[in-house]
Design a protein around this ligand. Structure first.
Ligand code: XUL
Length: 517
């Protein structure tokens, strides 16, 4: 028996995979799409549409129903009695609000009724704000002011006060409905809520996901009294404990052994956030390996040798589930910016890629700050790119140079904004839609002066959860798991080619261009 199950409760779907840790292979994989498979929740993209004032909420009962469908599907693919370790991950920042019936209900789940039927009466708030919610601008300012400013919050919690983070979300609800807040006995993250359900007991929050709340002190890795006090009254009593990611939460409760055929006493490792889990599933648990994910927004994350917060307040620090800490930084102008430049010249993606063969590294000194909408790293509110020499982007005629300027600008910016992490990259794992593009990968390798690899990993969040379960409960070595599951795709390695001095000089000019705006 050497199967480990990893769960991934994300925004649009709940997915899982089961790995055979002895053979190094994936045994089963399943995914339940909320919109398509649970249409009764009227959440086509996993959240309740048309929220007002920036509110984005989901129904936590939908997550429970999805979990049941998921386990049923997995049970049709393999013998679940062979699973000997479980863990999982959830979309970060989202919160679930429970009344005092929760503690009893979770401990006495009966396999005669569904999870959602039994836990529905325990919700003190019927919906959960999720990470896409941006309704809390006022509460962010209030919390920051109460503790002495965003610099103080960032030094304490690893991030300035951010709209989607859980603390401001809790504060807003406390202000809007103090009686319902008062009636709340427990506030969980998506991750710790689902972990509690699996073990049939109230589970702790891990340091990886906990650090996304603006409530945890990253030096002590525990709740910060000042931040709790600035957020809402009596909050400490409503929160579970904070524990390192490699903590065993408990054993799988009888609900799941009876209903889905799991064996008795299967250890469940604390759940974490999707990004910390992905760090592990991408094989980047140790400092020296950076992950750059190219999507609508680009994200950068990496294990960090020290616990340091971004002095500029743009990045985030979370606990690394395998020990220590990790950083995460979002760049809002990701593929949307690349697409905007491509579309301006009516290019297709092949022509976009070709542009790099017609232009030299460093682009003959032509630079662009490629922000088409407000950027979070750094925090600037541009809605059109800045070009060196003051040229107006709309009037720029040189398509190939503009494409290179956009991509070089994106990664010069990424390098500058992630310097605070004090990382010495040995390898960059590139993932996400645009990662397949060799021209973009070459720019990344040249600017960071590190080799770039594309990994043959799909579902890194669930895979990371399965790795964590296997290391914590089955005594498996994480590096061995990473080596057997996270292999670079054939011929995917790109080595730096350009002279470092070209981009050192470009980086200085890029910074001047932003500062002068
Ligand atoms: C990270 C963030 C998202 C969510 C959903 O700060 O908000 O990545 O974790 O995936």
């Amino acid at each position: 028996m050497s199967y480990a199950l990893g769960l991934d409760a994300s925004t649009q779907s709940c997915s899982a995979l089961i790995i055979d840790v002895a053979l190094g292979s994936v045994v089963a994989e399943a995914s339940i799409n909320f919109g398509a498979q649970l249409p009764q929740y009227n959440a086509p993209s996993g959240f309740i549409p048309d929220g007002e004032n920036g509110e984005v909420h989901s129904d936590p009962l939908m997550w429970l129903d999805a979990l049941e469908l998921l386990l049923k599907d997995l049970g049709q693919q393999c013998d679940l009695s062979k699973v000997s370790a479980i863990s999982g991950a959830g979309q970060q920042h989202g919160s679930v609000y429970l009344n005092d019936q929760w503690f009893y209900a979770i401990d006495s789940l009966s396999s005669d009724q569904t999870l959602s039927e039994q836990l529905s009466p325990t919700l003190s708030r019927t919906t959960s704000p999720i990470w896409m919610d941006s309704s809390t601008g006022e509460e962010c300012r209030e919390i920051a002011n109460a503790v002495g400013g965003d610099n103080v919050v960032c030094a304490k919690s690893g991030s300035i006060v951010i709209e989607r983070f859980t603390g401001p979300q809790i504060r807003r609800w406390y202000k809007n409905d103090p009686a319902a807040y008062e009636n709340t006995a427990r506030i969980h993250l998506v991750s710790s809520f689902l972990c509690s359900v699996l073990i049939g007991a109230d589970a702790p929050i891990d340091t990886g996901d906990g650090a996304g709340m603006n409530l945890v002190n990253i030096d002590a890795w525990d709740w910060d009294a000042d931040l709790l006090g600035a957020t809402a009254p009596n909050l400490l009593n409503k929160l579970p404990a904070i524990k390192p990611g490699n903590t065993t939460a408990g054993t799988l409760c009888s609900y799941f052994t009876e209903k889905y055929g799991f064996s008795a006493d299967i250890p469940v490792t604390l759940f974490t956030g999707d990004n910390p889990s992905s760090l592990i599933g991408m094989g980047a648990s140790q400092p020296g390996k950076l992950v750059v994910s190219l999507g609508t927004s680009d994200t950068f994350f990496a294990a960090m040798p020290e616990v340091v917060a971004d002095p500029a307040g743009c990045g985030h620090v979370f606990g690394n589930p395998s020990g220590g800490s990790m950083s995460l930084q979002c760049f809002v102008n990701g593929s949307l910016a690349r697409e905007a430049v491509k579309d301006k010249f009516n290019y297709n993606w092949d022509q976009f890629t070709q542009a790099f063969t017609y232009t030299p590294s460093g682009n003959d000194g032509q630079l662009m700050v490629p922000f088409f909408r407000p950027e979070s790293s750094p925090r600037v509110t541009l809605n059109a790119p800045i070009l060196q020499g003051g040229t107006d982007f709309e009037n720029w005629q040189k398509a190939d140079a503009a494409i290179r300027a956009c991509v070089e600008g994106q990664f010069l910016n990424m390098k500058l904004r992630t310097d605070w992490m004090q990382l010495k990259p040995e390898v960059i794992y590139l993932t996400g839609g645009a990662s397949k593009n060799n021209a973009i990968a070459q720019v990344v390798a040249d600017i960071f002066q590190a080799k770039v690899q594309r990994l043959a990993v799909s579902g890194s969040v669930a895979l990371g959860a399965a790795f964590r379960a296997a290391t914590n409960s089955l005594g498996k070595d994480l590096t061995e798991l990473e080596n057997s599951f996270c292999r670079p795709e054939a011929d995917s390695t790109i080595e730096p080619q350009a002279n470092q001095a070209i981009y050192d000089d470009a980086a200085k000019r890029f910074d001047t261009l932003i500062s002068a705006r």
